[in-house]
Structures are given as structure tokens and as C-alpha cells.
Design a protein around this ligand. Structure first.
Ligand code: NAD
Length: 426
């Protein structure tokens, strides 16, 4: 069955969702407020880097995939999917301004439509948002009754850098719904993926997303804490986690100790869950500790560099890796940000390199140097800090002979197999 879909928000999630639903045979209109993104999508040029995205855009942009700033397509389509951002407020709670604005615009666009329509929330939102914000705004602004508009909450679990692959091969699809008809339409939409489908309430669907991200973040902070203890005891934490992770009750994933987690989701979602818990009188001690460990972890890279080369003033230090993870140009909450801040504070001459994320970091730190190659970054460096797990860094060896000798190579990720490399917690 082919459906006509409007996606509100053409960022990482919206664009990937739109591209993948087009790839699965549907007609998609992406509604965006950013003219540059609209232009880029319509030209078949992805405004973000994701493997496989360009091929899909080139194939379907202008035929079955369009981007626009108009909500007119909403009245013509079967399903609207909200994929706008939910950034953190200063107190850590979730800012729902974009969600509300998208719901109002969808409502207004549905005013003259008589046919059944499904409105789905895919953005990560605190439990209760679909019921308390989206449904009332859509119904009020469309002046329609809930009997011919269905509502779903369908959280997204894709990982940036592997987003297309993750979208097309999910572990599970979660659908929270207000009525069986809406639920059936979403189930049909996802049926080509042949993944297990969990049908639940709107609020449970919202909570599943926060629970998943908070649990994964907890695994990382836990691994880092074990790693910090292992470092002091002279034990290799990677051997320890391999042994622990083979227990099926624990599992081998997300046990990599290192410089901590970043990105647009884990820090924001754990903070939002903390804020939500506190708003209902709960004290989430464990979640606070997850954030605390994650804030301290990158600073351990600075301690390590101090312990190896002493005073950092006027030292030349190469930072390899700026993106929050490999295979993406996204630097949001990247762990290299607090490290670079700390180095600048100590008067270091920072020279940074990343295969994709340098232009974004340049906006944040215009005064540091950016190298056009790994060799240029390493040339004559007093130390090198590896902050992102880009596969190409694992090939490095001879390049370190360009540094002052013997080279001081410090890793926030476990990439390089050389006896003279020291890890943050191994
Ligand atoms: P993003 O900032 O990359 O994209 C959001 C887009 O929405 C932007 O392009 C913005 O211009 C657009 N927008 C804002 N208001 C709009 C409006 N009223 N009408 C039309 N467009 C509007 O954000 P993202 O990373 O795609 O995340 C979107 C949501 O999905 C968030 O809630 C996030 O937590 C969640 N999520 C993100 C990921 C991820 O890896 N990035 C994974 C799963 C879930």
C-alpha cells in the first residue's frame, strides 16, 4: 500500500524518515522552515551527511519526494509525521515550542479536510506531550472532532551515521495510538520492514524512547566508571567488559569505556527525564550520576595530557576527531568540545582535524587551527588526543613519526594498536 505522507521538520530524523518512506514506495513532502535545507533537498543534495541518503535523494527528489515551507500538502495526504527538534530548556526540561507550533500548523491545514487523517509524533517528547499538547492544538486549530483524526506516537531509534540502515532494519517499531484505525495505518506503513511491532499507549511509547536512551547512556557511564577504576588498578577495562558483556543478561553493546557520550540525544534525553522525574517529586539519583560521570570523563583527557607533558602553555596539541561519533558531521555535545575548551584555557596551540565536522567546529572555535590532513595536524605536535572513533584513525601508525619524539598519543576511544598509546581509562 502506498501512502501520501507529510513530514514536518527536515533535520536528521525528518529527512531520513522521508527518504526511507519514499524508498519504500510512498509519496513524501517534507515541510521545513529552513529555506537552505528545502533548496538542498529539492536539488537532491543532502544537507547532512548520512550514508545512502544522497542516492535516495537523487533518485526521488522532484518525483516522489519534495521539500517545501508550505503546509498545503497536509490536507492532501494520509499521514503527517512531526519530526521537529525538542531541544533542552536551560533547566534541562524539554522545549516543546517547535512541537506546539507544528501541531498548530497541521491543525490549521486540516481545517478543510473531511477525510480521515493520522497525525504522528516521531520527535522525542516527554510522556503526556501528545495527549496534552499535540492532540488539543490539532483539534482546536482544525475545528474538527477526534473521530476523524487519529493520533500516534512513534519514537525513532536511529543512530546518526547509520541512520538509513537503522531506519530500514529496526530492532522494533513502537506505536502508541489513540485509536485502532490510526494504529492500523501506521502498522501498514511499516509492514515492508518486517520488524516486531509494539502497540502501546501514547504515553508508554513516549516513555519507551526516554527509557531506551537513558539506559544506553547509563551503560556508557557505568563502563566509564569501571574503566576509571581499572585504570588506577592497571587492568584493561576492554578485557573486563568483554568478559562481562558475554553474559546474556548484560550483553556486549555500549560497554566501550572512553571519553563519554555526546550527540543531540543522550545528554538532552537523560536531562529531560531527570527534569520530568523531579516535576513529579521523584529524585532520580542514578540518572544524575550518569550525567555527572559523563561531564567529568572528557576532563580526564586533560588530566592525562598534563600527567604526560606537564605545563600545557604554548604546547602544540593535535585533536583528532571533532564529530560526536564517527560517520557524521554532527558536533552537538561532542566530547571534543570540553576538551578543546580546556586546552584553550591553558594556552595550548590547538590544531584540530576531522574528516567531516571541521566546518561546524570552526563556528564554535574560530580561533584554533584546523588542519587539512592528519599529517598536518600531527606535524611537530607535543601530544595527540584522539576523540572520535573514525575508522581511518585506526590505520594510523607511521604518521606519528611526524610528532615530537617520543610521541605522546592519548586516546579517548580505543582505536590504535601501538604499545606507546595511552587510553583515558586503559
Ligand atoms: P534537527 O534539529 O536536525 O531537525 C529539526 C528540523 O525541524 C530542523 O530542520 C528545523 O528547521 C525544523 N523545524 C523546526 N520547527 C519547524 C516547523 N514548525 N515546521 C517545519 N520545520 C520545523 O533535529 P533531529 O536531530 O532531526 O531531531 C528531531 C527529533 O527527533 C528530536 O526530538 C530528537 O530528540 C529526536 N531524535 C533524534 C535522533 C538523532 O539521532 N538526531 C534520533 C532519534 C530521535
Amino acid at each position: 500500500m502506498s501512502l501520501s505522507i507529510s513530514i514536518v521538520g527536515g533535520g536528521y530524523v525528518g529527512l531520513v524518515t522521508g527518504a526511507c518512506f519514499t524508498h519504500l514506495g510512498n509519496n513524501v513532502t517534507i515541510i521545513e522552515v529552513d529555506e537552505k535545507k528545502i533548496d538542498s533537498i529539492n536539488k537532491g543534495v543532502p544537507p547532512i551527511f548520512e550514508e545512502g541518503l544522497e542516492e535516495i535523494l537523487l533518485k526521488y527528489s522532484g518525483t516522489r519526494l519534495f521539500a517545501t515551507n508550505s503546509y498545503a500538502s497536509v490536507a492532501e495526504c494520509d499521514v503527517s509525521i512531526i519530526c521537529v527538534g525538542t531541544p533542552p530548556n536551560p533547566d534541562g526540561s524539554s522545549n516543546l515550542e517547535y512541537i506546539r507550533s507544528a501541531a498548530i500548523s497541521i491543525g490549521k491545514a486540516l481545517k478543510d479536510k473531511n477525510r480521515y487523517h493520522v497525525v504522528t509524533v516521531k520527535s522525542t517528547v516527554p510522556p503526556g506531550t501528545t495527549e496534552k499538547v499535540v492532540i488539543p492544538e490539532v483539534l482546536k486549530n482544525s475545528e474538527r472532532k477526534s473521530d476523524n483524526i487519529g493520533f500516534c506516537m512513534n519514537p525513532e531509534f536511529l543512530r546518526e551515521g547509520r541512520a538509513i540502515e537503522d531506519f530500514l532494519h529496526p530492532d522494533r517499531i513502537v506505536i502508541g495510538s489513540s485509536d485502532e484505525r490510526a494504529e492500523g495505518i501506521l502498522k501498514d506503513l511499516y509492514s515492508p520492514l518486517q520488524a516486531p511491532v509494539i502497540i502501546t499507549s501514547l504515553t508508554a511509547a513516549e516513555m519507551i524512547k526516554y527509557t531506551s536512551n537513558s539506559f544506553l547512556a547509563t551503560k556508557i557511564s557505568f563502563s566509564n566508571e569501571i574503566g576509571n577504576i581499572c585504570k588506577k588498578l592497571g587492568i584493561d577495562v576492554y578485557d573486563v567488559m568483554k568478559g562481562a558483556g558475554l553474559d546474556h543478561r548484560i550483553g556486549p553493546h555500549f560497554l566501550n569505556a572512553g571519553a563519554g557520550f555526546g550527540g543531540s540525544c543522550f545528554p538532552k534525553d537523560v536531562s529531560a527525564l531527570i527534569s520530568l522525574a523531579e516535576s513529579v517529586g521523584e529524585k532520580p539519583k542514578l540518572l544524575h550520576a550518569v550525567i555527572e560521570v559523563n561531564e567529568i570523563q572528557p576532563l580526564k583527557m586533560l588530566e592525562l595530557v598534563h600527567s604526560r607533558i606537564g605545563d600545557l602553555k604554548s604546547k602544540r596539541i593535535a585533536v583528532l576527531g571533532l564529530a560526536f561519533k564517527d560517520n557524521t558531521d554532527d558536533i552537538r555535545d561532542s566530547r571534543s568540545i570540553p576538551v578543546i575548551k580546556g586546552l584553550i584555557k591553558e594556552g595550548v596551540d590547538v590544531i584540530a582535524y576531522d574528516p567531516m565536522a571541521m566546518s561546524h567546529m570552526q563556528k564554535l572555535f574560530p580561533a584554533i587551527s584546523y588542519a587539512d590532513s592528519i599529517e598536518t595536524a600531527l606535524n611537530n605536535a607535543d601530544a595527540c588526543l584522539i576523540m572520535t572513533e573514525w575508522p581511518l584513525f585506526s590505520q594510523l601508525d607511521e604518521e606519528f613519526s611526524l610528532m615530537k619524539q617520543p610521541p605522546v598519543i592519548l586516546e579517548g576511544r580505543r582505536m590504535i594498536k601501538r604499545p606507546d598509546v595511552e587510553g583515558i581509562c586503559w
